[in-house]
Write a protein that binds this ligand. Sequence first.
Ligand SMILES: [Zn+2]
Length: 114
Amino acid sequence: MALVGSHLLPLHRIYIHTLRWRDRPLQCPRCQSQDVDPWGTYHYRPGCKRYWCNGCRRTFNDLTDTLLHQSKRSLPYWILATFLLCLACSSRRIARELGVHPPFRMPWVIFMNI
Ligand SMILES: [Zn+2]
Protein backbone atom coordinates (compact mmCIF):
# COMPACT_ATOMS: atom_id res chain seq x y z
CA MET A 1 0.00 0.00 0.00
CA ALA A 2 1.34 3.40 -0.93
CA LEU A 3 1.86 5.91 1.88
CA VAL A 4 1.00 9.00 -0.11
CA GLY A 5 -2.43 10.52 0.15
CA SER A 6 -3.72 14.05 0.26
CA HIS A 7 -4.89 13.51 3.86
CA LEU A 8 -1.47 12.49 5.18
CA LEU A 9 0.33 15.82 4.93
CA PRO A 10 -2.26 18.58 5.40
CA LEU A 11 0.40 21.09 6.48
CA HIS A 12 2.80 20.49 3.60
CA ARG A 13 2.12 23.90 2.04
CA ILE A 14 2.91 25.71 5.26
CA TYR A 15 6.06 23.60 5.62
CA ILE A 16 7.28 24.49 2.12
CA HIS A 17 6.47 28.19 2.66
CA THR A 18 8.44 28.18 5.91
CA LEU A 19 11.37 26.35 4.34
CA ARG A 20 11.63 28.77 1.46
CA TRP A 21 11.02 32.11 3.18
CA ARG A 22 11.88 31.63 6.86
CA ASP A 23 15.17 33.53 6.84
CA ARG A 24 14.20 36.30 4.45
CA PRO A 25 11.17 38.35 3.55
CA LEU A 26 8.73 37.11 0.93
CA GLN A 27 9.96 38.29 -2.45
CA CYS A 28 9.30 37.65 -6.10
CA PRO A 29 11.53 34.80 -7.38
CA ARG A 30 11.76 36.47 -10.80
CA CYS A 31 12.63 40.11 -10.05
CA GLN A 32 13.37 39.86 -6.28
CA SER A 33 10.92 42.66 -5.52
CA GLN A 34 9.51 42.60 -2.00
CA ASP A 35 6.49 44.60 -3.12
CA VAL A 36 4.14 41.61 -3.21
CA ASP A 37 0.52 41.08 -2.21
CA PRO A 38 -1.59 37.97 -1.53
CA TRP A 39 -3.39 36.86 -4.68
CA GLY A 40 -5.69 34.05 -3.59
CA THR A 41 -5.16 30.35 -4.15
CA TYR A 42 -5.19 27.91 -7.03
CA HIS A 43 -8.42 25.95 -7.44
CA TYR A 44 -6.44 22.95 -8.73
CA ARG A 45 -3.88 23.12 -5.87
CA PRO A 46 -5.81 23.54 -2.63
CA GLY A 47 -3.82 25.36 0.02
CA CYS A 48 -1.22 26.72 -2.40
CA LYS A 49 -1.04 30.46 -1.85
CA ARG A 50 -0.59 32.72 -4.80
CA TYR A 51 1.10 36.12 -4.71
CA TRP A 52 1.11 39.13 -6.99
CA CYS A 53 4.37 40.94 -7.66
CA ASN A 54 3.92 44.68 -8.13
CA GLY A 55 7.43 44.86 -9.60
CA CYS A 56 7.10 42.60 -12.65
CA ARG A 57 3.30 42.39 -12.45
CA ARG A 58 3.22 38.59 -12.49
CA THR A 59 1.97 35.97 -10.05
CA PHE A 60 4.07 33.39 -8.24
CA ASN A 61 3.74 30.81 -5.46
CA ASP A 62 6.01 29.02 -3.01
CA LEU A 63 7.19 26.59 -5.70
CA THR A 64 7.89 29.04 -8.53
CA ASP A 65 11.41 28.62 -9.93
CA THR A 66 12.06 25.43 -7.93
CA LEU A 67 12.51 21.84 -9.10
CA LEU A 68 8.94 21.12 -8.05
CA HIS A 69 7.37 23.94 -10.03
CA GLN A 70 4.81 22.54 -12.50
CA SER A 71 5.49 18.97 -11.40
CA LYS A 72 2.60 16.69 -12.18
CA ARG A 73 3.21 14.88 -8.90
CA SER A 74 1.75 16.36 -5.76
CA LEU A 75 3.88 18.05 -3.15
CA PRO A 76 3.26 15.28 -0.57
CA TYR A 77 4.77 12.81 -3.07
CA TRP A 78 8.00 14.78 -3.24
CA ILE A 79 8.17 15.40 0.50
CA LEU A 80 7.72 11.69 1.22
CA ALA A 81 10.19 10.72 -1.52
CA THR A 82 12.80 13.05 -0.05
CA PHE A 83 12.13 11.74 3.45
CA LEU A 84 12.52 8.11 2.32
CA LEU A 85 15.63 9.05 0.38
CA CYS A 86 17.14 10.56 3.53
CA LEU A 87 16.40 7.30 5.35
CA ALA A 88 18.57 5.55 2.74
CA CYS A 89 15.67 3.43 1.49
CA SER A 90 16.31 1.62 -1.77
CA SER A 91 14.87 3.15 -4.92
CA ARG A 92 12.71 0.03 -5.30
CA ARG A 93 11.25 0.51 -1.81
CA ILE A 94 10.69 4.22 -2.40
CA ALA A 95 8.91 3.47 -5.67
CA ARG A 96 6.75 0.86 -3.93
CA GLU A 97 5.86 3.23 -1.07
CA LEU A 98 4.98 5.99 -3.52
CA GLY A 99 2.99 3.68 -5.76
CA VAL A 100 5.13 4.74 -8.68
CA HIS A 101 4.14 3.38 -12.06
CA PRO A 102 6.60 2.47 -14.83
CA PRO A 103 6.25 5.76 -16.81
CA PHE A 104 7.50 7.59 -13.71
CA ARG A 105 10.77 5.66 -13.53
CA MET A 106 12.79 7.86 -15.85
CA PRO A 107 12.09 11.22 -14.12
CA TRP A 108 12.62 9.43 -10.82
CA VAL A 109 16.09 8.28 -11.91
CA ILE A 110 16.89 11.85 -12.94
CA PHE A 111 15.66 13.13 -9.57
CA MET A 112 17.78 10.55 -7.72
CA ASN A 113 20.89 11.75 -9.54
CA ILE A 114 20.44 15.45 -8.71
ZN1 LIG B 1 8.48 40.22 -9.78
